[in-house]
Every structure is written in structure tokens, then in C-alpha cells.
Design a protein around this ligand. Structure first.
Ligand code: CUA
Length: 334
């Protein structure tokens, strides 16, 4: 199960070998220059040592050519780190399309997972091999950090917002999962496993743990019990508040004229701090639900609103989509 080098964890995701290659390259360049510089220093110390106590060295005038050279060459070398690193970074942190979505809530000191189909887990996450898995993560208390060394994925989980990361496991197995941000007394105990399964085994696991209501269904219940229906309509078709059908993933035009993409973070903010972004054509009448919903409930509400978009992509009477495309640039108003 070990990799070729004792300090490198097992490589089990689509990006892990690329991360390793970059790491190896940076380490290689670093070792090469360390040896080169130490070698040259040692050589010069011996070669140009003081040979008699009255020796006065020849003054050095400096060389523009040499100085330019030792500025430009390291610049070019470090730019290769930057370009390669940036490319990989964007590859890793651009949200994945067509991914299985898992909601993650960190809490002192455990990881809580909920699958889109309802299954809940603690400190253990079952995923299929060869499929992209997108994690939508938040925390109930302090900052944690979701880290699976074998996948080379690591991202902070921050109070008050959602962070997302994705991975695609390449071989079945059981991989360590850690919290990588000091979060209090039992930080070191905040760990678990990601269980990567063959697709059929995964399907079996899912059906064996079925029967729990999906986050979207639970969110639908909250939508009713919290009274969202009174403004957004019994079926989220809109009323005094904007329609929520088809909102997720769309461009929403705000009263200030800017437009934002309605992602998970936008929906979250609109529930907790409705005045932050008012949809054009609507008044600032929505109360805040800060303190009334837990992080898990909030994720369920988000899941419900997302489900309205996947089920019916094109509906909505008051949704000003064409206007958004023509009147506003894709620049978000954040
Ligand atoms: Cu959670 Cu460290």
C-alpha cells in the first residue's frame, strides 16, 4: 500500500500524481541549487583563501551582465513553479461538473457527511471509484480543514460560508481523512476514513443505507415550517419574494444592477442576510433566519432550492434571465 518513496502517501486520485510531479520538480530544483551553491561556496572558500597575512585582494568592480543573468534565470525558474502550480490549482478548485454531491459539516471534533440521497455518516465517507465527488463544506464552530492525503485534496472549512472541493478516486480502498487545521483539544482525533468502493458495491451500500430522507426533502419540510412559502410560494413559484425555481446556477440581477451567479454561497447568504443582495424588482422585506437554522438545516434548504433547478430547468415567470445576459457583465457583485 505504500508508495515508492516513504514520505509520500499513497496516490489514489486523478490529480495526486500531478501534485506529486510538481512537488518532485520543486524539490529537485531546490536540491540541485542547494548542492550547487554549497559546492561553489566550498570551492571558493578553498580556492580563494587568504594565503598570507598581508595579502590585499583586488577590488571587484561588479558586472551588469552577471547580475542580469542571476536575476533573470531564477525568475524564469520560479515562474515555472508559478505557472505549473496555478494550472494545477485551478484544476483542483474549479467546481466539478456532473459530480456526486456530498454535504460536509465539520464540528468539534467530528466530520458529518450527508449524501444527496439522504445517507448520513460520521467520520466515514463512502464514495465510488472513478466518479467525481464534490464536497460542499461548512462548520458549526471553528475552522477545520478537510484533508485526504491520498487524494492530495485539502481545503479549509470556514464558519459562515461554504467551501467546495472535489476529487475523483482512482482505486478502491480505505484512505485516511484528517482535520488539518488546529481546532482545539481533540483536533488530532478529528479524523476518519474515505471508503472508495467499486460502483456496484457503492450502489449496494447506498441502497443498504436508504430510507433516510434526502437533504432536499428535509429542506422542503423546512421551507414550509419556516414560513418561506408565504412569500416564495407553496411551490417556490414566487410571490412577494422571487421565484426559487431555476434560481440555482442562474445569473440573478440585483437591485443595484449588478448580477451574481446563484451558487450555494449566494443561497446561504440570502437566507441568513437577505438584505445583502436584493433581487431586482423586490423590496427588502425578508427577515433574517440567522440563529434559527443550524448549518445542517441550512444545507438542506440549499439542497431543496438546488433540486428545484435540476428538476425543472426552464420555468419561472419573474426570473429576468435574458436581461441578465444583456445588461450585465458576468462580473459578480461581491
Ligand atoms: Cu477540526 Cu482540527
Amino acid at each position: 500500500m505504500q508508495s515508492w518513496f516513504p514520505f509520500i502517501p499513497e496516490s489514489a486520485s486523478t490529480i495526486s500524481s500531478e501534485v506529486d510531479a510538481l512537488y518532485l520538480y520543486i524539490s529537485g530544483v531546490t536540491v540541485f541549487f542547494t548542492l550547487l551553491i554549497c559546492g561553489v561556496v566550498t570551492f571558493f572558500v578553498i580556492r580563494y583563501r587568504r594565503r598570507n597575512p598581508f595579502e590585499i585582494p583586488r577590488p571587484i568592480e561588479g558586472s551588469h551582465k552577471l547580475e542580469t543573468l542571476w536575476s533573470v534565470i531564477p525568475l524564469l525558474i520560479t515562474m515555472t513553479f508559478f505557472v505549473w502550480g496555478a494550472k494545477l490549482y485551478f484544476q483542483m478548485y474549479r467546481p466539478a461538473q456532473n459530480a456526486i454531491e456530498v454535504y460536509v459539516v465539520g464540528k468539534q471534533w467530528m466530520w458529518k457527511f450527508q449524501h444527496a440521497t439522504g445517507q448520513r455518516e460520521i467520520n466515514e465517507l463512502h464514495v465510488p471509484v472513478g466518479r467525481k465527488v464534490k464536497l460542499i463544506m461548512t462548520t458549526e464552530d471553528v475552522i477545520h480543514d478537510f484533508y485526504v492525503p491520498a487524494f492530495r485534496t485539502k481545503l479549509d472549512v470556514v464558519p459562515g460560508k461554504y467551501t467546495t472541493e472535489w476529487f475523483e478516486a482512482t482505486k478502491p480502498g480505505r484512505y485516511h481523512l484528517f482535520c488539518a487545521e488546529y481546532c482545539g483539544m481533540n483536533h488530532s482525533g478529528m479524523r476518519g476514513f474515505v471508503e472508495v468502493m467499486e460502483p456496484t458495491a457503492y450502489e449496494n451500500w447506498l441502497s443498504g443505507n436508504a430510507g433516510q430522507s434526502s437533504p432536499a426533502a428535509a429542506g422542503r419540510g423546512l421551507y414550509e415550517s419556516l414560513g418561506c412559502v408565504s412569500c416564495h410560494g407553496a411551490n417556490a413559484e414566487g410571490g412577494r419574494g422571487p421565484a426559487l425555481i431555476g434560481v440555482y446556477g442562474s445569473k440573478v440581477v440585483l437591485s443595484g444592477g449588478q448580477s451574481v451567479t446563484a451558487d450555494e454561497g449566494y443561497i446561504r447568504e440570502s437566507v441568513l442576510n437577505p438584505q445583502a443582495k436584493i433581487v431586482t424588482g423586490f423590496g427588502p422585506i425578508m427577515p433574517s433566519f440567522q440563529g434559527q437554522v443550524s448549518e445542517e438545516q441550512l444545507l438542506q434548504v440549499v439542497a431543496y432550492i438546488k433540486s428545484l433547478s435540476t428538476a425543472k430547468p426552464e420555468t419561472a415567470t419573474s426570473k429576468p434571465l435574458p436581461a441578465a445576459a444583456s445588461s450585465a457583465t458576468p462580473k459578480a457583485g461581491k
